[in-house]
Design a protein around this ligand. Sequence first.
Ligand code: C5P
Length: 235
Amino acid sequence: LSCGVVIVAAGRGERAGSHAEGPKQYRRIGGRPVISHTLDLFVNWPHARHIVIVIHPDDAALFETARAAALPAGERLTVVHGGPTRQQSVLAGLEALPADAVSHVLIQDAVRPFVEPAILERTLAAFQHGARAVLPAVAVADTLKRADANGNVAETVSRSGLFAAQTPQSFHLATILEAHRRASASGRTDFTDDASIAEWAGVRVHLVEGSAGNVKLTLQKDIAMADQRLSHGLP
Ligand code: C5P
């Protein structure tokens, strides 16, 4: 079992607003770009045989600065260009993995810099037990409401059995590559995560425990909180 990693970083990050430092994956938290933190976790993970980073063609200079702020990955790192949707960016990354050297792949959002090694170890254990698709997730804690068009509560939705999906979402490489190619050939480009492509292709997705700290930096306030967390050594 040898693992490849695809880190997708080709988004424009519009929900976080525009910023002089560029899209949110290049914003500085704890003094370094978000993506350099994410990259370090995988460079440090002994099972990562190869890492592909998917960037936007306009971000080459931003990425070089971020790479210089991360641990050196040397020959293990390949950089490719993404597409207009996350799904298309992931497929570009999967196609760039050395398929002869890698049996499984972990697909990670660049904007989740706090993934814990324990999640990677749980993923590996699930692979060793034969899973072909592994999803870290946390049980939904809040009571859920569906709203109507006027901003009033239409109903309360049971949270029983509901989980929030995180990344890395991890797969047997040949299985997810085939599912992705089929999804793309069918004209779909709007899957927002890779587990849903596996589900669409009929692959059973195994849940492992995610972590509350493994947040996705989406809005400006998420970036500010992440910066505080690192700058003040908060957990
Ligand atoms: O847009 P969203 O928040 O779902 O993005 C999740 C991750 O996917 C981010 O790291 C973003 O850079 C990446 N992405 C991408 N290519 C796109 C859109 C998003 O690599 N076209």
